[in-house]
Design a protein around this ligand. Sequence first.
Ligand SMILES: Nc1ncnc2c1ncn2[C@@H]1O[C@H](COP(=O)(O)OP(=O)(O)OP(=O)(O)O)[C@@H](O)[C@H]1O
Ligand SMILES: [Mg+2]
Length: 302
Amino acid sequence: MGSTLGVGYAAAVRTPAPVGIPNPDAAVPAVRLSGVAKTYPARRGLPPTVALKAVDLAVRTGEFVAIVGPSGCGKSTLLRLVAGLTGADAGEVVVRGERVRGPRSDVGLAFQRPVLLPWRTVAGNLRLPAEVLRLPRDAARAREAALLDLVGLAGFGGRYPSELSGGMQQRVALARALAHDPPILLLDEPFGALDALLRERMAVELQRIWRAPVTPPSGGTAAGRSDRPAAPPTTVLLVTHSVAEAVFLADRVVTMTPRPGTIADILAVDLPRPRTLEVLDGEPFTRATAHVRRALHATGAL
Ligand SMILES: Nc1ncnc2c1ncn2[C@@H]1O[C@H](COP(=O)(O)OP(=O)(O)OP(=O)(O)O)[C@@H](O)[C@H]1O
Ligand SMILES: [Mg+2]
């Protein structure tokens, strides 16, 4: 499909913050959920839906956490709570030390469905977060080419969503979540519409973005975080239905129970970084995926 994934990317990554410089954010979890519950109210004569109950989770700054669980167990709801798009009925959702009370500008969210504005071009869609969040537009524009290159869509900036395949639209949505270089990335099945091969390559790219966020080739500072001398590493919460993807990417894999969703198991994935696709063939990887599958089984999900 003529993708340029990876090509030209080396010039477009930011040098990570030097090791040894104290990170003021490190002491406070990037995301903390304590005793969180969420019920969607009864509607049209249908009973209320208890989506989440008693969810406790603390995610360190710079950590990559993957969430797996059966369909309908509340994974998307959990991400929406962290993004401030919906409120919890009980408990507390805290992002970077602040209780979440509404939508947050320091969070980038790629929804399960791409939700692109059909009347805007790809580039126009990428500019949306900067416009909505009233961030400096120049920095976001400067990153456009690097972001499109990153998701294998170089040269597609002038196309409209209707001119793209489902997988391409999903990659635009991923690029859009990255557009303002948010310190916290919430990704809901970002590769669901991609074929298996591209999905693997995107996972490798995502690992790279997480380790060193995208900047324009000129090396300018990233939009939204330009005021920070040494930006903290990106924290990622990834929802996926792929156990292999979860283990490949994450520092920890969280397994949820069927609805009402709560946390059934947390596995720390102790595979060295950066991880290459060869990891998928190794014994430690197989052991980790077997553990997560067993945890899913134990919840009665499979
Ligand atoms: N806006 C809403 N209004 C009413 N009920 C909702 C709403 N959003 C989600 N739900 C219900 O809450 C439950 C959890 O939904 P959610 O989308 O969080 O699940 P999920 O784990 O992301 O599922 P999937 O893996 O299929 O995407 C489901 O039963 C769903 O029907
Ligand atoms: Mg979902």
